[in-house]
Design a protein around this ligand. Structure first.
Ligand code: HEM
Length: 454
């Protein structure tokens, strides 16, 4: 098979020309970018090598490819983070090898399921704040952008449950600032920002300002008063690692950067999942009713108790099905350290390898009627038959998401509570347009109106 060559014209100004996101722009800047990728994957048998001027990108889309890169030959593939360093600094999500393991170890305990009961009241309290805001929005009838709504909720959950702090910053402002940065740096071609309906070109000054806001957040969180002075919080674990004289690598910068990682990697994907699930539910009112009926059957009219959360199984399946159809992290990128062979194709040292989880999630080889919204496919009996690595919302292997289980608790509680008091009505175009960047975003957001039920 001949390798494919994608032409691109280097433009000037913002953005990093070496960024893989910039290089993939000709593929991703389409009306329906995922359909283009799926058609290419079909045509080239699952492996799509793309030759650029001075490097090669290999797109992979089969579960066996994911197994090779993420699990059985994982040591040959290092993380790719160009363009995102200012967001994530030197946090563990960006580093490899022995140092990554050393940095991850003291944080792991914060994500053990036996901590979730302790987080539960703080998650509920963040949902209460969101419900108070929605009650006001329902009164005015204004339209809200749902990803911003769900991001501000996820950020409050992280601050309260993991850091033991009220949210000491304006989350709407911070969300907009970081979005400016990620959009501009990763997709030079879309550096026009939409300002009150007008397209305005972003300047380097705008992005510098956005980053200044972002860099100030962790110290603001640390400096805020503790809510309950809990002993076992993630923030306490980070500070203990910093204070450990035998762990000089874990300096104050490391604490700050880990916090940035949690405030972005630990919020954006959770927020996208919740926003996309509300979009899907607005198209499937019968599923929304089923969530309400399940909540009523499990909790009556009261708020859920911790020991009832496991019983909210249909709600959890809706979240899992949302992450199949709209995987927040739809592409996992690695750099090959040495040569490898994947499905008969040579991968050379230095190649960028992109695992397209989205394609495996939508393949008729692994899913019946893959475009259908069918939460029941995650019922235990059916889930057992799933081909391994065909479902990768949290990646796989040792670098899998640390917060996957926590995010599902967060979103289950949020769906149940929000839907019992409100009907969020999606008022944008159907199907929603996709903006595939580092994460799987709706183009221009997801506009909703909020209707109060009681
Ligand atoms: C629906 C929600 C979420 C999704 C879909 C998601 C997805 C992912 C994926 C795919 C990765 C691996 C990326 C790669 O291998 O290139 C990852 C890593 C990570 N996630 Fe999540 N995530 C979610 C929620 C969370 C939450 C709630 C937290 C923490 C509060 C979190 C913290 C992290 C961290 C720290 C890593 C890096 C782990 C490491 O490199 O050792 N994520 N996430």
């Amino acid at each position: 098979m001949a390798d494919m060559t994608v032409a691109y014209s280097p433009s000037h100004g913002l953005g990093e020309e070496q960024s893989i996101w910039f290089k993939l722009t000709p593929l991703l800047n389409q009306e329906n970018p995922m359909q283009v990728l799926m058609a290419l994957s079909d045509k080239y048998g699952g492996v799509i090598p793309i030759n650029l001027k001075n490097q090669r990108i290999v797109l992979l889309s089969e579960p066996a490819h994911a197994e090779r890169v993420l699990v059985s030959n994982a040591d040959n593939y290092t993380k790719y983070f160009d363009g995102l360093r200012p967001i994530f600094g030197k946090s563990m999500i960006t580093i490899d090898g022995a140092l990554w393991q050393k940095i991850r170890t003291p944080q792991q305990a914060a994500f053990h399921p036996n901590m979730f009961e302790e987080y539960f009241p703080y998650l509920m309290s963040a949902i209460d704040s969101k419900m108070a805001r929605w009650a006001e929005i329902a009164e005015t009838g204004e339209t809200v952008e749902m990803v911003e709504e769900t991001w501000t909720l996820a950020a409050e959950m992280v601050c309260k449950a993991l850091f033991d702090r009220e949210m000491p910053f304006n989350p709407h402002f911070v969300f907009q600032q970081v979005k400016i940065y990620t959009d501009v740096m990763n997709h030079k071609s879309i550096r026009l920002k939409n300002q009150r309906g007008e397209l305005v070109e972003m300047t380097a000054e705008d992005t510098a300002k956005a980053m200044e806001v972002w860099h100030s957040i962790p110290e603001t969180v640390i400096g805020a008063n503790a809510i309950d002075h809990r002993e076992k919080t993630l923030l306490k674990m980070l500070e203990a690692a910093e204070a450990d004289p035998d762990f000089p690598e874990f300096d104050h910068r490391q604490v700050i950067d880990e916090m940035k990682q949690y405030l972005w990697a630990g919020t954006e994907s959770t927020a996208l999942t919740l926003a996309w699930s509300l979009y899907l539910l607005s198209q499937h009112p019968e599923a929304m009713e089923r969530i309400r009926a399940e909540a009523h059957a499990v909790c009556g009219d009261a708020d859920p108790e911790w020991n009832q959360v496991q019983q909210l199984s249909y709600t959890r399946m809706v979240i899992q099905e949302t992450m199949r159809l709209f995987p927040p992290v739809w592409a996992l990128i690695r750099i090959a350290a040495g040569d490898d062979h994947i499905q008969g194709h040579k991968v050379k040292a230095g190649d960028k390898v992109v695992i397209l989880s989205y394609i495996a999630h939508h393949s008729p080889k692994y899913w019946d009627d893959p475009e259908k919204f069918d939460p029941e496919r995650f019922a235990p009996e059916r889930a057992k038959k799933r081909v391994k690595y065909s479902y990768l919302p949290f990646s796989a292997g040792k670098r899998a998401c640390i917060g996957g289980a926590l995010s599902q608790i967060e979103n289950t509680l949020a769906l149940v509570q929000l839907l019992r008091r409100f009907t969020p009505e999606y008022v944008g175009p159907v199907p929603a347009k996709i903006h595939a960047t580092v994460t799987f975003c709706p183009k221009g957001g997801l506009p909703f109106r909020i209707r109060a039920l009681r």
